[in-house]
Design a protein around this ligand. Structure first.
Ligand code: SF4
Length: 373
C-alpha cells in the first residue's frame, strides 16, 4: 500500500506488530485525509480476524412505546401522552410483529412513567412464552437506570430480573457521545458515561453480554469521538463483555441541530478508525439503517464485519427521517455482503453461527445450522 499520508506508515507498523494505538495515534488517524490508507489498514485488521466472513442476523425491532418522560434535543422519536403519534403496543400487537424464523428481537423504547418495571419485564415474558427460541436483546442503559430508580432497586437487581426473563444481551444504545459538554447541550437529563459504564460493567459481571454504540455527526468534536472510543476500549479491557461496537450516524430530521447527515466519507472513516483503535472488540458493525445500503457494503472493506439484520420495522431513526427502508429482506443483506466480496454468514444475537451462505447465489446450496444454538 502506498500511503498518501506520511504519518500512516508508522501507525501501520505498530498495528502490524500488534502494538496498541495511543491517544496521540488516534489524533493522527482523525486528522488524516488519507481515507483509502485508513480503510486499507482497517481492512487488513478485519481480514486478520474474520477473513472474508461478514455477518448479519434475522431480527426484528420492537419499540413497545414512544412515550418518554425525557425530551433529548436530538431525538425525533419520543412522544408525550395525548400527542397524535404517541403509542403503546399491546401484547397482541407485539406478538403480531414476530414470526418463528426470527433469531433475535431487539427491544428499546421510551421511558414511560405509567409502566412499572414489571410491564417492561412482561414484554420479554410474552415474547419468550410464544417464541422460546428467539434471543432477547433488550433495553439500553438509560432504560435500565430508569427501572432501577423507579423501583428503588439496584442496577444489578434489575439486570438479574431481566436475565431471569430471558435477556441475553443489551443492545448498547443510549451511549450517544460520552462528552459532558455534549450531554449538557443535547441531553442534560439523561445518564452519561459514569452510569452507562456502571450498567454495562454490572451486566458483564452477571454474564450478560452487551454492545456499545456512538452517535456521531451532530455537535461532537473528533477529540470527543476519540475519547468515547478509548473509554470503551478501557472498559472492554476490564470486563471483556462487549460483543460489538456500532457507530450510529446522526439523523438530523427536524431537530435543527445540523443541516445534513454525515457524508459517506465520514461514515467510512469512522468505521475504519473504530476498527483500528478498538483492538479488543471482535466486531465492528456498519448499521445500514443510518448509513444506507451502499455505504454499508463499502464499510465491509473499511473495517466492518457485521451489518446488523433484517430489522423489519425500524421506528427510531425513521422518526428522524432516515432515508433507508424500514426493514430489509434477507436477500438484500446477502447482496450487500456479496457486493463487497464477502462470504455471508447468518448469526444469532451472540454472534454464534446459524448458517453459512455461498459466496455467489448461483453456487452450491447454503450450509445450515453450523454451530447453531
Ligand atoms: S433519546 Fe431516548 S431517553 Fe431521550 S427522549 Fe428519545 S426516547 Fe427518550
Amino acid at each position: 500500500m502506498i500511503f498518501k499520508d506520511k504519518d500512516l506508515p508508522l501507525l501501520w507498523d505498530k498495528v502490524r506488530a500488534g502494538q496498541r494505538l495511543t491517544v496521540e495515534d488516534g489524533r493522527v488517524l482523525y486528522a488524516s485525509p488519507d481515507l483509502l490508507g485508513l480503510g486499507w489498514m482497517a481492512d487488513q485488521v478485519r481480514r486478520g480476524r474474520h477473513a472474508d466472513r461478514a455477518t448479519f442476523v434475522f431480527n426484528r425491532q420492537i419499540n413497545p412505546t414512544n412515550i418518554c418522560l425525557l425530551s433529548c434535543k436530538f431525538c425525533d422519536y419520543a412522544s408525550k401522552e395525548g400527542w397524535d403519534n404517541a403509542y403503546v403496543l399491546s401484547e397482541k400487537e407485539i406478538l403480531d410483529r414476530l414470526s418463528p424464523e426470527l433469531r433475535e428481537v431487539h427491544i428499546v423504547g421510551g421511558l414511560y412513567r405509567r409502566w412499572s418495571f414489571n410491564d417492561y419485564l412482561n414484554v420479554l415474558r410474552v415474547i419468550r412464552r410464544a417464541y422460546p427460541h428467539i434471543q432477547l436483546k433488550a433495553y439500553t442503559a438509560v432504560e435500565i437506570d430508569f427501572f432501577a430508580r423507579k423501583e428503588n432497586i439496584s442496577i444489578s437487581e434489575v439486570l438479574q430480573q431481566l436475565k431471569n426473563e430471558g435477556l441475553v444481551c443489551l443492545p448498547g444504545g443510549g451511549a450517544e457521545v460520552f462528552s459532558e459538554r455534549v450531554r449538557k447541550q443535547l441531553f442534560p437529563f439523561k445518564i452519561g458515561w459514569s452510569k452507562w459504564s456502571e450498567v454495562h460493567r454490572t451486566a458483564h459481571g452477571l454474564g450478560i453480554r452487551s454492545n456499545a454504540t456512538m452517535l456521531y455527526g451532530h455537535i461532537e468534536t473528533s477529540e470527543e469521538r476519540l475519547d468515547h472510543l478509548l473509554k470503551l476500549r478501557a472498559l472492554q479491557d476490564e470486563t471483556g463483555g462487549f460483543l460489538s461496537f456500532i457507530p450510529l450516524a446522526f439523523q438530523p430530521g427536524n431537530t435543527g441541530i445540523v443541516e445534513r447527515q454525515t457524508s459517506a466519507i465520514d461514515d467510512l472513516k469512522t468505521i475504519a478508525i473504530s476498527r483500528l483503535l478498538l483492538d479488543n472488540f471482535d466486531h465492528i458493525k456498519s448499521y445500514w439503517v443510518t448509513v444506507g445500503e451502499e455505504t454499508t457494503s463499502m464499510a465491509l472493506r473499511f473495517g466492518a464485519d457485521d451489518i446488523d439484520g433484517t430489522i423489519l420495522e425500524e421506528r427510531i431513526m425513521h422518526a428522524a427521517k432516515a432515508q433507508t427502508p424500514v426493514g430489509m429482506a434477507r436477500e438484500r443483506l446477502l447482496r450487500i455482503i456479496r457486493e463487497a466480496g464477502g462470504l455471508p454468514v447468518e448469526r444469532d444475537a451472540l454472534y454464534n453461527v446459524v448458517r453459512e451462505y455461498p459466496r455467489s447465489p448461483a453456487s452450491a446450496p447454503e450450509i445450515t445450522a453450523v454451530g447453531a444454538r
